[in-house]
Design a protein. Sequence first.
Lengths: 504, 309
Amino acid sequence: MVAEVRNFMSVLKVQEVSKFFPGTRALNRVNFELEHEGEIHALVGENGAGKTTLVKIINGALEKNEGTILLRGEPYHASNVQQAQQQGLAFIPQASNLIGCLSVKENLFLGQEHVKGSLIKRIDWKRSGQSAARLLTRVGLGHINIDLRVEDFEVAEQQLIEIAKVLSIHASIITMDEPTSSLTEEETRRLFDIIRFLQRMNVSVIFVSHKLDEVFQISDKITVLRNGECVGTRNTSETNREEIVRMMTGKEEAEKYTRKKRLHGSVIMKVSNLKTRGIVHEVSFELAAGETLAIAGLLGSGQTKLLETLCGYYSPISGSIEIGGREIRIHSPKDALRHGIGYIPEDRHIKGLMLNQSVQDNISAASLRDDRQFGFLSIAMQLERVQKLIEQLGIICAGTHQLVENLSGGNQQKVLLARYLKVKPRILLLNEPTRGIDVGAKTEIYNLISSFKVQGGAVLMVSSELPEILGISDRIMVMHEGRVTGFFSTGEATKEKLMHAMTV
Amino acid sequence: MNKRLLVPIFGLVAVLIAIAVISPYSLMPVSFLNATKNASYLGVVAIGQTIVMLTGGIDMSLYETIALTNIFSANFMQDNPFSILSVTLLAILLAGCIGFVNGTMIAKTGIPAIIMTIAMGFAVRGSYLVLTKGAPRGYIPEVVRFIGRGKLFDLVPVALLVWLALSFGVILFLNRTAAGKSVYFTGSNPTAARLSGINNDWTIILVYVTSSVFAAISGLLISGYLGMGTLDAGVEYMLSPIAASVIGGTTFAGGIGGIGGTIIGTLIMRYVDNLMTLVNARHAGKLIVQGVIIGGIATMHSTQKWSLK
């Protein structure tokens, strides 16, 4: 009897839901429950654990194969996102839903425009403008110009616009898939304020995230998925990080960061007074063989521009780059690769991988010339080298012919790393090397960086996660608005000192 | 084997079965080789179109390059080896220049390929209209005619050999050279390609030069087949090379497809054409059937793509 009452009370109850894709079982009899209104429920798990599949089923973007879902005690079914929205469920996906070339106003009411007129229905722009201003004020964007195009705004602002759009449909359950992956700490705080505001309005939030710190900050409850199965649900106040990690990986989070001792090699790269069009000003530093130099800084402080100038993607305006004591000119990534500089970009889908090409082609793309015999590619030789790297990096794929788009995020990142290890570089430039990949894969990437360093390579790394920087680097260079504002050896650095230098 | 080839192979088998049922005689070696030879002219120009499409581009000027080559050769070729050789080389060089301008403009200014190549097509057409004053002159020497429509040992069509040799060369190029692989990489993700040390601009220029040169070679074969210069030599090749590429599994998005598929696509186009002639279909009927086949196979390609995901 009691159980039945509770059943009736719960806002959303997912019971024994399974989902099959050709060849794999993405979800296996998963249970998930939002017990009361205004609950903030975090959904965590490694990549491929089934988080996104589950929230897509809840929001009508995918159909389940088995199981039932109850919405306030009533059987719930939505075969597309619109149907879910009509029942009060809104989904903010990882990739933006907004249309960049339309204005904020147009985006907010896309598909649900205010209309006026009876014979010829027209869009009532005046009323749209007023509602838009009201909605945006609630997410703290009351000051922006709603006639500007969405693509002209920062990613964080776009995310807030997306939330305003969700508010406009009066959703009672909002799902956010990795909402903080491209936000700075400050922007994340703002997002959390909004989530708490939603909570006070009795809106329930399903919060999907990789970042456990944030999960512990914001959530009431945590549900852990592993390999498509529900491992368990905990009240956030009654659990701790170690337990959740154990549930996610099935093993202890023992050696998360592996920093091998720094080799004191000779200076391999010397950058003096480098200046680029746009943001980077008078940047100078030295990088030695066998060390990891990490660059810390707020988003948009010029870190990416610096790395992309060193790898030849952009040209510097002034300043010099020396490799092994000789000044070199880098006009293109081709030149940089010839000097042993490999760059791994922060966005593997947009800048890094050729998604519709095979694992083998992606790994060998930067070193095609090395695989030639008598002027022609030797596929056998290439295959042998690629297989060696696949083994060495522990890339899990169905074969070297598998398309990279079908790999999990962690394996895609390893493919990218393998491409630049195959060129046998002296210097690796890594931009957010562990973004959007799961805990297990992160540890493996850290191990790979360490072993590259131990073999005499030099690593220059950009990361927006301070624990990561403190965990694996030997030295830290802090940037603020395109200038270097400090160097720290990792021993003396603390989060507070770094934050101070990052914001000056 | 490449799964994308399954659809065109299935289509080709279906067409061959249809021929076997309706007109078994046309599968006899001599008439079958003849029908296959007729695919060579389209086959050669379709190779070029496929290479361009692999980079995510398109070349709409090829049919005018074919026409230009035809008129140019008829106008200047004399019946002596030196003239034949030099005019042939000049025609190919001229086409190479057309492709170089196309590729350079597309790579360096970012002008959409379809606009650039249509504009180039107009310019080329205007040029040969000026050259001929609207009335092509001259004739095609016997040697070129032999290459265009003759048979080695009275059996194997020379044009077919040319097509096969070029196909083999390009397959080797695309799969076994760094530059060939770059064609796929540039088409798949130019930023990633650039960060892998590939010079996208150079790759794009290379593919447009190649497509134009292949159009010129096709134009020479067609000239041999026609035996004279005509203003309409290219008309039939405006869209059919694109159709052959698409049937063979090459996409407009870039990075996917290849010459193997295009060869099969070309054969399907030509065998269907042949079949329609055998049943005395009119031109309009041929067009309708072609449209249905192109649409049908393209649909199968897209649905197959989704189901493989």
